[in-house]
Ligand binder design. Structure first.
Ligand SMILES: *Cc1c(COP(=O)(O)O)cnc(C)c1O
Length: 381
């Protein structure tokens, strides 16, 4: 087969509406946080169905402020999966609390409620379920454990904007949830994030701490009618969204359900093409959830690293989500984690590969990717 033009692993869908809105923002003279951020927050809160949404410069910032708002700090332990991006654990670490890694479910790759229970100690204050690939974690079981043990739940919903669990949107379960609009995510503002909550105190804390800990409407101080006066209420951060990000977000949000539908169709095509091939395994799903299909990750029984290299030679970009955090140098050295500590996570990691998945990927691209995977598997077995 002749190599195709390079098929990137991820690509955003940016169209004329987004471009026109950014140009409008540039011409408006208001580039930082302002009216478009406020509009995007209102629309996002409506889409999720929560009272409060706060625009931030990343999901990482949302996780950090969520932990601080819930008073997590030195002496506390927070249970989270090792099978996630660095941000989830790093933000626990920077608060001074200790991240405690739990294993995942073998067939859905989200945190295992049984393993959360095994990792509980008197110091456990919070749990961070990560809705891996857009598949919601088992929130019923996690909520039961949290109630019984007085734990806070902070959801890492970086993959899960638009996901639903038992008919309820992720972000509307009464927990603080953190979303990402990073360039590769289901909807993108380049860089950006959103924190949602139904708790007014959490909202007030986050809205002040995203902007130097100064009073809530301080961003208006340079607008006509804005006041020059402000008060510093906390030693806060600089984590605000800007109107340039929000200009993108307003239009991406309108298209999100269409994006997810196209992603679902692509996943269906992958599965149809690959389901009869020996040595390929798909994650399980179920009809109690709506999957946002942020990632399409399969397991293979051939050497995964070879598969990645062979696909790269055929101009196909792929990735691995995730390299377990407990095996990263920092967490190994700091807490003494070693191979074998999280057997399911490690077994899954050794076999997974994430395939290209985004609305701009054509059916022909999907077929080309599948033909190459089949050829490589046939060659190696
Ligand atoms: C992308 C990602 C984040 C971080 O998002 P940013 O907006 O880039 O800070 C956090 N958690 C998970 C699981 C992610 O994939």
């Amino acid at each position: 087969m002749k190599p195709h033009d390079f098929i990137p692993f991820a690509l955003p869908t940016i169209e004329d509406e987004e471009i026109d809105e950014v140009v409008d923002t540039l011409k408006s003279g208001w580039l930082s946080i302002g009216p478009k951020t406020a509009l995007f927050e209102t629309q996002f809160a409506e889409y999720i169905g929560v009272p409060y949404a706060v625009g931030l410069n990343s999901c990482t910032a949302a996780l950090h402020l969520a932990l601080l708002a819930h008073d997590i700090g030195p002496g506390d332990e927070v249970i989270l999966p090792s099978f996630t991006f660095a941000a989830t654990a790093n933000m626990v670490e920077v608060t001074g609390a200790r991240p405690v890694f739990a294993d995942i479910d073998r067939s859905t790759y989200v945190i295992s409620p049984e393993d959360i229970e095994k990792k509980l100690t008197p110091k456990t204050k919070a749990v961070i379920p990560v809705h891996f690939a857009g598949y919601p974690s088992d929130l019923s079981a996690i909520t039961k454990i949290a109630k019984k043990n007085h734990l806070v739940i902070i959801e890492d919903a970086a993959h899960a904007v638009g996901s639903e669990y038992k008919g309820i949107k992720v972000g509307d379960s009464g927990n603080t949830a953190c979303f990402s609009f990073y360039a590769t995510k289901n909807m993108s503002t380049g860089e950006g994030g959103m924190l949602t909550t139904s708790n007014k105190n959490i909202y007030e804390f986050v809205i002040k701490n995203r902007l130097h800990g100064i009073s809530k409407d301080a961003w208006r101080r340079y607008q006509k009618g804005g006041s020059w006066k402000y008060e510093v209420l906390y030693a806060g951060w600089k984590y605000n969204m800007t109107d340039l990000d929000a200009a993108l977000g307003i239009h991406q949000l309108k298209k999100l359900d269409l994006f997810i539908q196209r992603r679902a169709d692509i996943v269906h095509r992958y599965i149809t093409n690959l389901k009869n091939i020996t040595g390929i395994y798909f994650p399980k799903t179920n009809n109690q959830i709506r999957h946002a299909h942020h990632l399409f990750t399969i397991e293979v029984s051939i050497n995964r690293d070879h598969l990645i290299d062979s696909l790269a030679k055929m101009n196909i970009g792929t990735s691995v989500h995730f390299i377990p955090l407990h095996l990263m140098p920092y967490y190994r050295e700091r807490y003494g984690y070693k191979n074998g500590d999280l057997p399911v996570t490690e077994a899954v990691f050794s076999r997974i590969i994430s395939l290209p998945l985004y609305p701009r990927l054509s059916d022909k691209d999907v077929d080309y990717i599948c033909e190459n995977i089949i050829t490589i598997i046939n060659r190696e077995t």
